[in-house]
Design a protein around this ligand. Structure first.
Ligand SMILES: Cc1ncc(COP(=O)(O)O)c(C=O)c1O
Length: 355
């Protein structure tokens, strides 16, 4: 089986050479400008609050998403886990979409790190509505089980990077009532670029929001969590509980600053490239992308009856990609691709025969 699961090296997948890497936007490498900024970064011990570069990154992100304060953390998973620990109490429930990253791809961490249980709702369209939140509330209300958080993912990766509409988000805010809402905005800036709506407006309904600078924005490491000053103060403590405190980490925050300052607008190129790949997928596997055949952002997700065979066939042609489920395949576009590589991958997909 050839799968680019997180942590599985290409060598052990039986792939030594390839031409196009569509596994994830996390494969992007830091740009020259980032490397220069890292080399020159002013640093200090961040646990003492003395790293000026980290403080600048946290403040910039908080401003971009319209929140009072930010917290730099090593990964998107840790940002989500800290948010869940900070908002909830053990033994309570969290409403989230069935296929969201926090539910499926975080190693079951929320159960161990926060002692919570997910009440999952249908998110196959890329979002969910007040009816789903109400249903979860009334099911839990039967035994008076405590509900402590609603969690949304924007863009929504498994549906193919779909963007939540502002109306859908406002509906969730209303349905959540006095419960906090956390937004997993790992790719929030893809949503901003695709919709033309500023990240701060998208995140306005959320009490906390996190984004990764390590994905399409090309920084080597890091995510930032933002919320009210009081929330971030508590989140900082929870980061320590998880062992996520860092020291002269301005060296990484410097790359994050370049990412937020210079790499957001170019995400439009990734979206355009995803459309090129989607055309090929639609031609070769009509109907496999569901009702929405044009990706809004940088992810093409489609159904296929044998994702392992498809992965092998693509890899043999030098195109590597990840399945994200037993019958679901994913192609992700990013900065480190060329137009020629994308055209080549589209040609390979069109020419697939038995897969
Ligand atoms: C939607 C979403 N949330 C969170 C994460 C976690 O980010 P990280 O890999 O930095 O832990 C990912 C990673 O792919 C993601 O796609």
């Amino acid at each position: 089986m050839i799968r680019g699961r997180p942590g599985v090296a290409l060598g052990s997948m039986g792939v030594s050479e390839f031409r196009v890497d569509l596994r994830s936007d996390t494969v992007t490498r830091p740009t020259q400008a980032m490397r220069r900024a890292m080399a020159e970064a002013e640093v200090g011990d961040d646990l003492y609050g003395e790293d000026p570069t980290v403080s600048r990154l946290e403040a910039l992100y908080a401003e971009m998403v319209g929140k009072e304060a930010g917290l730099f953390v090593p990964s998107g998973v840790m940002a989500n886990q800290i948010a869940i620990r900070t908002h909830t109490r053990p033994g309570s429930f969290v409403v989230a979409g069935r296929s969201q990253h926090v539910v499926v791809f975080e190693y079951g961490g929320s159960a161990r790190n926060a002692g919570v249980q997910f009440m999952t709702v249908d998110d196959s369209s890329g979002s969910f509505g007040s009816a789903e939140v109400q249903e979860a509330r009334s099911a839990l209300g039967y035994y008076e089980a405590p509900l402590s958080l609603v969690c949304v993912e924007n863009t929504h990766m498994p549906s193919g990077g779909r963007v939540w509409s502002l109306e859908a988000l406002a509906e969730i805010r209303r349905a959540a009532g006095d419960l906090p809402v956390h937004m997993d905005g790992a790719r929030l800036f893809n949503a901003q670029v695709a919709s033309g709506v500023p990240a701060a407006d998208i995140a306005a309904v959320a009490d906390s929001v996190m984004s990764c600078v390590s994905k399409g924005l090309c920084a080597p490491v890091g995510s930032i969590l933002a919320g009210s000053r009081e929330f971030i103060q508590r989140a900082r403590y929870e980061r320590g509980v998880l062992g996520g405190q860092m020291r002269q980490v301005g060296i990484l925050a410097a790359a994050g600053l370049v990412a937020l300052q210079t790499m957001v607008d170019r995400l439009a190129e990734d979206h355009e490239r995803a459309r090129v790949l989607a055309e090929a997928v639609n031609e070769r596997f009509p109907g496999s992308m569901g009702e929405r055949q044009t990706p809004e952002t940088n992810i093409v997700a489609f159904d296929h009856p044998d994702v392992d065979a498809l992965t092998r066939t693509l890899a043999a042609a030098g195109v590597i990609a990840n399945p994200i489920g037993n019958r679901r395949m994913r192609l992700v576009t990013h900065h480190d691709l060329t137009d020629d590589q994308v055209e080549y991958a589209a040609k390979v997909i069109r020419g697939l025969d038995e897969a």
